[in-house]
Design a protein around this ligand. Structure first.
Ligand SMILES: [Zn+2]
Length: 210
């Protein structure tokens, strides 16, 4: 595995529609492993291949016990409920955006890095992360969803606090309870999870709507 350079928004790959993957080979597996390592070192909760200059439809995302590596992801279903939240992006360092609207839950169809079809159901913060990363595959950034006055400068420490706020909000709206406080432990886990293991509630949530 290797750490890859995370490009900022001036890089053309960040504004391009990324290509679908048609061959599930060692190249893709290596890329996904590099993306896990790069994301966790940043640290971040999600990373899309265009952010490391690869204009193909691959993303990794990890939050609490959910972690997925998705190839050619497509959103099958979006809730009507929209949550507003604060987002940052590894490709737009130093700022966050407030009140970024995202569907409260999504069902995503994708392939895993070996080419097997999978479905992922996500809610709250994890749904937000997936929508943010899938946007990257279409050249869309969170700043495109909000007016310029919602974008503000932050210190790196503050970005983590913002994530806590969002998480609490998402939890509260989901089950009426406060979330636990966020920790930055994502990058401390063993960094070799290339397959979407248990968080993928395969097929369970998706009734085949497309
Ligand atoms: Zn991003």
């Amino acid at each position: 595995m290797a750490l890859r350079k995370i490009h900022t928004m001036e890089h053309p790959a960040l504004r391009r529609k990324a290509k679908k993957v048609s061959r599930f080979d060692a190249y893709i597996e290596r890329l996904v492993n590099d993306m896990w390592e790069t994301m966790r070192a940043a640290p971040g909760v999600g990373l899309a291949a265009p952010q490391i200059g690869e204009s193909i439809r691959v993303l990794v995302a990890e939050y609490e016990d959910e972690h997925v590596a998705l190839v050619n992801p497509e959103i099958l279903k979006k809730s009507d409920e929209i949550l507003l939240g604060t987002e940052g992006c590894l490709s737009i360092p130093g700022v966050v955006g407030d009140d970024v609207p995202r569907a409260a839950s999504v069902v995503v169809k994708a392939r895993d890095p070996k080419g097997k079809e999978i479905r992922v159901k996500a809610e709250g913060w994890f749904a937000r992360v997936l929508q943010h990363e899938i946007d990257h595959l279409d050249g869309i950034l969170f700043i495109d969803h909000i007016p310029p006055d919602k974008v503000r400068d932050v210190e790196p420490d503050e970005i983590i606090e913002e994530a806590e706020v969002e998480k609490t909000t998402a939890r509260r709206s989901k089950d009426g309870k406060n979330g636990t406080s966020a920790t930055a432990e994502h990058h401390e886990r063993p960094a070799t999870i290339a397959k979407p293991a248990k968080p993928v509630t395969a097929a369970k949530a998706a009734g085949g709507a497309s």
